[in-house]
Design a protein around this ligand. Structure first.
Ligand code: RTP
Ligand code: MG
Length: 141
């Protein structure tokens, strides 16, 4: 088992629903520590840069539009197998396919408004953490 860090973003829909605390509780119950956090209204440029891997996908514009529709809550999670553990807690991309008890099953409304983002690999986690947080804003715990 490896101690890992990953990025979690609570998307504008879940921030608007006032469920940040309920989602944080799930991270804590799963043994993931929050080692950095900030609320942020993403600019279009920041959202496009963050999701640059999806630039050619048909859903790219809708995704960017959604991600700038309100503030997001961005956090770095640290723990054993943090990348996979966070993805497990999130559930499938489309809430209709998400396992019962997952964040997306419980808080997401659609494949677009799907409550959370999580890094999909350790490599991307490092890139995404550096995208939002200077090293001095991530706290070893
Ligand atoms: P995320 O990156 O946000 O954590 O989500 P994910 O890994 O589960 O899904 P990904 O394939 O990376 O897609 C990024 C976001 O784009 C939207 N999407 N829409 N309409 C569609 O077919 C479609 N596919 C993806 C979703 O909001 C997804 O979270
Ligand atoms: Mg993804």
């Amino acid at each position: 088992m490896a101690l890992e860090r990953t990025i979690s973003i609570i998307k504008p829909d879940a921030v608007a629903k006032n469920v940040i605390g309920q989602i944080y509780a799930r991270f804590e119950q799963a043994g993931l520590k929050i080692v950095a956090a900030k609320m942020k209204q993403l600019s279009r440029q920041e959202a496009e840069g963050f999701y640059a891997v999806h630039r050619e996908r048909p859903f790219f514009n809708a995704l960017v539009e959604f991600m700038v529709s309100g503030p997001v809550m961005i956090q770095v999670l640290e723990g054993e197998n943090a990348v996979a553990k966070n993805r497990e807690l999130m559930g499938a991309t489309n809430p209709k396919d998400a396992a019962p008890g997952t964040i997306r099953a419980d808080f997401a409304d659609s494949i677009d408004a799907n409550a959370v983002h999580g890094s999909d690999s350790l490599e991307n986690a490092a890139i995404e953490i550096a995208y939002f947080f200077p090293q001095t804003d991530v706290y070893a715990r």
